[in-house]
Design a protein around this ligand. Structure first.
Ligand SMILES: [Zn+2]
Length: 160
């Protein structure tokens, strides 16, 4: 069995980096809330929103330069990735049923993007949280999603 710890620790660093920056922006959150299926990485009860920081390798990010199937143990990895994806989708379904909004931030959006820098990413996440926009994902391989919230972002957040 390959060394799992190696892959997991990388993703934890990326996640900590993101959530520290959101904390500085004034957002408060819970981590890995066990009451929610899939134990989302960052939970924002006030905004009824969760963020998953997905390691591109671990969650088999399609078309991503960080993600690849290792040559060694390739059969093992193909099965593993398939199960991971299926589990992710069950989790999204469950959370959506309970009216949680989901933002998936792929590791490559934080580590390397040709389309935006880290400050722009943090601004985007901040807008997404406050705007009440629907679930979406951010990848380093694409531009930031258009939330159509240019106006909404400027107004005060509705309190729940
Ligand atoms: Zn990726």
């Amino acid at each position: 069995m390959p060394n799992m710890r190696l892959f997991k620790s990388t993703n934890t660093k990326v996640e900590v980096f993101l959530r520290k920056n959101l904390f500085y922006k004034g957002f408060r959150y819970r981590l890995h809330d066990k009451r929610l299926k899939g134990r989302p990485d960052i939970v924002f009860p006030k905004y009824k929103a969760v963020i998953f920081v997905h390691g591109c390798f671990w969650h088999a990010h399609e078309g991503c330069s960080i993600s690849h199937i290792p040559l060694k143990h390739s059969r093992y990895w193909v099965d593993k990735f398939k199960r991971n994806r299926e589990r992710d989708h069950q989790v999204y379904q469950w959370l959506t049923n309970y009216k949680w909004r989901i933002l998936v931030v792929w590791e490559c959006a934080i580590r390397k993007s040709e389309f935006f820098n880290f400050d722009e990413l943090i601004d985007f996440v901040s807008c997404w949280l406050k705007s009440g926009a629907g679930s979406c994902e951010v990848s380093g391989n694409d531009e930031l999603p258009n939330l159509n919230i240019d106006i909404k972002c400027k107004v005060e957040v509705v309190r729940y």
